[in-house]
Structure formats: C-alpha cells, structure tokens
Design a protein around this ligand. Structure first.
Ligand SMILES: Cc1ncc(COP(=O)(O)O)c(C=O)c1O
Length: 387
C-alpha cells in the first residue's frame, strides 16, 4: 500500500503493491517468487523480513498491498480460498460459547462452515433478515462476538444497510464482517461504512477470469490483523505464489470489468423483468428492487449478479438451462464469461430443504453471473433458450 490512497481506484487497481523496483531489476510486474525459504546473513535477522513462504512471500505481499488499497484498508491478507479466509477469521475471533448473528441468505458454504464445523466447537449462531437492522439488534446477546453480512446476498440479492448494522454491532462490542464478494471493492467499500473486516472470495470478481481459487481479508484494526495473521501462519491457509500472481493480474482490470458487468446485467435484468416466463427479478439496479434507494446510496453500480424466478417449475428450468449456448451452466461467478446456475441444486444444495424454502430459494430460482460479452448476444442466447 505504498501508493497514496488519494489516488483514484483505477490507478490503485493497476499500481498498488507493484511499484517497479528501480534499485533492483525494475520489473513492472511483480515476479512470481517460488522460493519456499529465504537465506539470511545473520541468524537473528531475516532478509527483508522474509523467513519462510507460509509466513510471508514477496508475491503474496504485493497482492496483499493491492487488496488493502482496493478496500481502503490498512491491512490485507491473501488466502488459498474464500473459505480459508472465513475459517481463519472465525477461528481467530470465536471461542467456545461465542455467538454469531448472521444474515439469513448467505453463500451455502458459509452456512455449512457455521453449522457443520463451528457449532461442533460450541459456537452459537442466530440467522436474521439483516435488511432490518432492528432484527440484528434484537438478536444480539452478551456473547455476540461477530455479525456476518453479505450485501448483496447470495443468491437473493438482498441489500443490507452496512452502516446501520455496523453501528449496532460496535455498540454491542461485536465486529462486523462483510462478505463483499458479490459487489467487489469497485462497487462498495464496507470499511468506509463502519464494518470491521471485509472478506472476498478472490476467485470471483477480483480474480475475474475463472482461473484461480483465492480469498482475502481486508481490515484496518491492527490488533485484529496481528491475531488473524498469526492464525493464518499457524493454520497454513495460504495461496501459492502463482495464484497470487493470477489474482494480482486479474485485479488490474477490476474497474473496467465491473463497469461492463453492470452495464450488461442492467440490460439483462430489464429484459427478464418484462418476460412472461419470469415472475420476479432480483437486481439492485431495477427500480422495482425493494431496496433500490439503499443500493443507490451504498453501491457505486449495481453489479453483474441477477437472480430470477422462472415459472413452470424444475422441468422448465432444466429445459432452459440445457438450451443456453453462451451462458455456461456452472457454479461460481464474477468471471468475464457469463454463467448461470440453479441454487437449489448447485450452490445452495447443502442447505436443508426447510431452510431453503423458508428463505425463498425455490426450484424456479436461477442465478446469473453476467459476463462482459456483447449484451445483444447474451439477450439472443436467453431469448432462443426461452423460445
Ligand atoms: C459470497 C461468497 N462468499 C464466499 C465464497 C467462498 O469462496 P471460495 O469458493 O473461494 O472458497 C463464495 C463461493 O462461491 C461466495 O459466493
């Protein structure tokens, strides 16, 4: 983060963490440092602060500086996956008897981690609709250590008032974590709204090319950073130098891609919302979205993710998915190519049926990750698959 934060987002996306070392070889792009260990002259003094690549690696440090800069954070930590980042953070903050208040509509893997892993260690979780900050307030207990948000949520695209919820959590002595994966740092910066930690699956928009799995935490609380960094080294949830290079490379075009993702998604959301085969379209850029005003206030652009309820049940959904030619039917999101998935049988299949039905993930729900192709081709693809 050596370049000043006063530089614009686009400039920081290209340069932060990767200044050419003119006193050395002048590389414009951060080299991929494969060395697993670093030699030293004096046994008590690591060279350039580097000891062993699990603890720190120059390519990872470059990426971490970039990630911190993009989220206006003092510190960035890069992980081997979004789930590795989640696990390390939860193990750093929660102990037996801790309580978490979490959004109802979370990525299925986060719910699986909370329910199937953390509960075993005596962590208690209450899920609420965080669209209503008062619901968070009412759920807080003396043991609440963490409030876990996504905004927009996966897959229902609910928007949570990050500032209002962060204030409530801080008053109760709990940290607020925002999984900012769906928005990306280009669309919103939760730390500026009072959140304590921002989490990303860098597999998604930050990496942007569906060719790497990674995760990140960005935060400005130096005490918490030291704890999480200690645990990252203790647990070992680190990305390889090559993966760091891929995420660094992807992040350079984040701003350009996000503008195009948003432009294309707005066109597709508008099309779907007028099509008789869809009974509802969830996209924060549509005026009909119940939290359109909050989205306009909180997000720079509405982003590339849309979910929509298809009429005709599972058989109609299957027919539609089989006929698509440009959209690939695949899990994940945030890459340059358009993807579509069926949350009930794919990303959210690990949720019990009762929970899925309660929060509104029915058999007709589809989730689109709109890519950066020609929007006219994407519309034609959807039209012919619906015909
Ligand atoms: C919102 C969100 N958070 C976290 C994750 C987990 O990230 P990863 O797959 O990189 O472990 C995902 C994965 O799809 C996600 O969609």
């Amino acid at each position: 983060m050596s370049r000043s934060r006063t530089l614009g987002f686009d400039t920081r996306a290209v340069h932060s963490g990767e200044e050419p070392r003119l006193d050395a070889t002048g590389d414009v792009v951060s080299p991929i440092h494969l060395s697993s260990t670093f030699a030293r002259l004096d046994p008590s003094e690591p060279t350039a602060g580097l000891e062993y690549s699990r603890t720190g690696n120059p390519t990872r440090l470059a990426l971490e500086a970039r990630l911190a800069s993009l989220e206006n954070a003092k510190h960035g930590l890069a992980f081997s996956s979004g789930m590795a980042a989640e696990t390390t953070l939860m193990l750093s903050v929660l102990t037996k008897g801790s309580h978490v208040v979490a959004e109802n509509d979370l990525y299925g893997g986060t719910v699986r981690l909370l329910e199937r892993t953390l509960r075993k260690f005596g962590v208690d979780i209450t899920y609420v609709d965080t669209r209503r900050p008062v619901a968070v307030k009412n759920a807080i207990k003396a043991a609440t250590k963490m409030v876990w948000l996504e905004s927009p949520t996966n897959p229902l695209m609910h928007i949570c008032d990050i500032e209002a919820v962060s204030k409530i959590a801080a008053k109760a002595g709990a940290i607020t974590v925002v999984d900012n994966t769906f928005a990306s740092p280009y669309l919103q910066n939760p730390l500026d709204m009072g959140a304590t930690v921002v989490l990303h699956s860098t597999t998604k928009y930050i990496g942007g090319h569906s060719d790497v799995v990674g995760g990140a935490l960005m935060l400005s609380d130096s005490h918490l950073y030291e704890i999480v960094k200690f645990n990252q080294n203790a647990i070992g949830a680190i990305p390889s130098p090559f993966d760091c290079f891929l995420v660094l490379r992807g992040s350079k075009t984040l701003h350009l891609r996000m503008r195009r993702h948003s432009e294309n998604a707005a066109i597709i959301a508008e099309f779907l919302s007028k099509h008789p085969m869809f009974s509802a379209v969830h996209y924060p850029g549509l005026r009909t979205h119940p939290q359109y005003a909050l989205a306009c206030r909180q997000m720079r652009l509405p982003g590339g993710m849309i979910s929509a309820e298809m009429r005709g049940g599972l058989s109609q959904v299957r027919k539609f998915l089989r006929r698509l030619k440009i959209f690939s039917v695949a899990e994940s999101l945030g890459g340059v190519e358009s993807l579509v998935e069926h949350p009930a049988s794919m990303t959210h299949a690990s949720l019990p049926l009762e929970r899925r039905e309660r929060i509104g993930i029915g058999d007709g729900l589809l989730r689109f990750s709109v890519g950066i192709e020609d929007s006219s081709d994407l519309i034609s693809d959807i039209k012919s698959a619906l015909a």
